[in-house]
Write a protein that binds this ligand. Sequence first.
Ligand code: ADP
Length: 211
Amino acid sequence: MEGTPSPAAIETRGLTKHYGAIEALTDLTLEVRRGEIFGFLGPNGAGKSTAIRTLLGFLHPTGGEASVLGMDVRDASVEIRRLTGYLPGGIALYDSMTGEQVLDYLVRLQGREPKRRAELCDRLGMRGPDLRRRVRDYSRGMRQKIGIIQALQHDPELAILDEPSEGLDPLVQHSFYAILSDLRASGRTIFFSSHVLSEVERVCDRVAIIR
Ligand code: ADP
């Protein structure tokens, strides 16, 4: 973490987040290498979202250390968020906008070009008419697709995805896994959480298990 960039995409040592007596996350140590699909597996309430939100600087750790793309999460959260695609758990979208407007809005915030949007929409089955409907009329699966597309549309070097396959039907899940594997082939790194063992076994190069 001093000077030369870390070879790891994500590195945590003893990462801890407590809320008073509540131990949301205790002593997480892991390393995600660049160019791999890394699964972060654990039951609900294990601390996966807490860890992820700490990596992106939305939460401040109460102990330990973490770096993302070689930058310390305590002092580089703006840069980390700029370089990373992020799917929050249970994403909240802007209900009065259309799917397309949401994607436009978020890619402008990222200050990037939506290089992969058309491909992602196509592969996840979000057609033009779907994108022109308001988000308030979307099914859960469609919301999740928009969440995935916004996380990946600008082709980030690292994607951090919190339970990305939640709410996707099996066919779409299959397309989603194929997208992840193509991203890996083009050198991107994917870190995603899941509570489904079979999913991480199938998709990931390596897995960390949190209880
Ligand atoms: P996961 O993503 O693995 O389902 P979370 O990271 O959401 O787990 O939550 C881990 C634990 O921390 C849970 O017991 C949860 O209730 C608790 N927790 C999360 N956020 C807070 C908070 N803001 N205040 C108090 N407890 C929290």
